[in-house]
Design a binder for this molecule. Structure first.
Ligand SMILES: Nc1ncnc2c1ncn2[C@@H]1O[C@H](COP(=O)(O)OP(=O)(O)O)[C@@H](O)[C@H]1O
Ligand SMILES: [Mg+2]
Length: 354
């Protein structure tokens, strides 16, 4: 089986193997995550990009063991953290794991905050619960965390309630909460999507700085290829519950192999475009995951699709660059002799339709 493994990378932190998540729905079993595998090295930033509904949030919620009761995760799927299965931790081990090893930042800061608790309590409670530090130590750490995430007047803010803060400040508090136990891996699921454009950039810059300072690994999720590409060492493109392409960020943009990734690049908004120019959005809709097609999940929307594409799901295989994986029978930019054809990503991605 080909996976997005990084066996040659030192210090593998997380190994995800053939993860599947299904939901019981009135229309039948919905295969939200359908065979995802990847490795993450310590300190690495792994970006996951895909359209809404492709399974990104369910994937990370499955990793974090945060699924609703109508979810089913076949036990053949595995999430190993430093070799240990994180879904079979004892309650005591779990207490020292979620928070101190792995923590998460969600899209909407309000869902992570309790409206009747002060900002300071949010920070100190998590430290006291997971790290068993004294009230005094927790309070002083809370103050330095507030400074670290760039909240002005931190003493005053600690005494405020979530509704007294702006959206951007709330997300900074949520990030501070996630960092309170010094996790080795931070999962950020669309951390900037609910924020104004100017604040989005600040929060992304903050995450990048904190990650570098702490040598923390990060899984960053976005529906925006621009957001993940600016930040990630490696990018996975998700569609219909699994990865269609995974590669180091530079390699992905210089040698796009999957037609879906190419289509995503073409649909990216660009500031320099004159107003009135319409972007080439991808025509059609993602597959119904209660009854996914037997072949490539993108075939119905793919302008290069051929008959064979509809027969069976292509495996995730490497191209000329062994760590560049893609799930396509007729990949772009691979010459007939199997070598990579270099393209200028700038000229390639500037195509627009009027
Ligand atoms: N609790 C649930 N019950 C049923 N279906 C769900 C549930 N949560 C998510 N889904 C479905 O799983 C699929 C993937 O959703 P999600 O991971 O949230 O997508 P996104 O990539 O936008 O984060 C979607 O089809 C969504 O409707
Ligand atoms: Mg989501």
């Amino acid at each position: 089986m080909n996976t997005a493994e990084t066996a040659d990378r030192q210090d593998v932190l997380l190994q995800v193997r053939d993860l599947r998540t299904q939901f019981r729905t009135p229309l039948g079993m919905l295969r939200a995550v359908d065979g995802v595998s990847f490795d993450l090295a310590a300190g690495e930033t792994f970006g996951i990009v895909g359209e809404s509904g492709s399974g990104k949030s369910v994937l990370v919620r499955t990793i974090m063991n945060l699924l609703p009761s109508n979810a089913h995760v076949p036990s053949s799927g595995k999430v190993l953290y430093r070799g240990q299965n994180v879904h079979t931790l004892s309650p005591l081990d779990a207490k020292h794991f979620w928070g101190p090893e792995m923590a998460m930042v969600f899209q909407d800061p309000m869902t992570a905050l309790n409206p009747v608790k002060k900002v300071g309590e949010h920070l100190t409670e998590s430290m006291r619960y997971h790290l068993k530090v004294s009230r005094k130590v927790a309070a002083s750490r809370a103050l330095s965390l507030m400074r670290e995430v760039g909240i002005p007047e931190p003493e005053r803010r600690l005494e405020q309630y979530p509704h007294e803060l702006s959206g951007g400040m709330r997300q900074r508090v949520v990030i501070a909460m996630a960092l309170a136990c010094e996790p080795k891996l931070l999962i950020a699921d669309e951390p900037t999507t609910a924020l104004d454009v100017t604040v989005q950039r600040q929060i992304l810059d903050l995450l990048v700085r904190l990650q570098a300072d702490r040598d923390m690994a990060m899984i960053l999720i976005s529906h925006d290829l621009g957001v993940v590409s600016g930040v990630s060492d490696r990018v996975a493109v998700m569609y219909g519950g699994h990865f269609l392409e995974v590669a180091d960020t530079r390699e992905l943009f210089t040698h796009v192999h999957h037609p879906y990734t190419e289509a995503l690049l073409r649909s990216m908004p660009r500031l320099e475009l004159p107003t009135g120019v319409r972007l080439s959005a991808i025509a059609g809709r993602p597959p119904d995951m209660t009854a996914p097609p037997p072949g490539c999940r993108f075939a119905a929307r793919c302008e290069y699709a051929q008959h064979d594409c509809e027969a069976a799901i292509p495996s995730l295989r490497p191209g000329p660059e062994p760590t560049h994986l893609f799930r396509c029978l007729f990949p772009l930019r691979i010459a007939d002799d199997g070598s990579a054809v270099t393209t200028d990503p700038a000229s390639d991605t500037q195509q627009v339709t009027a």
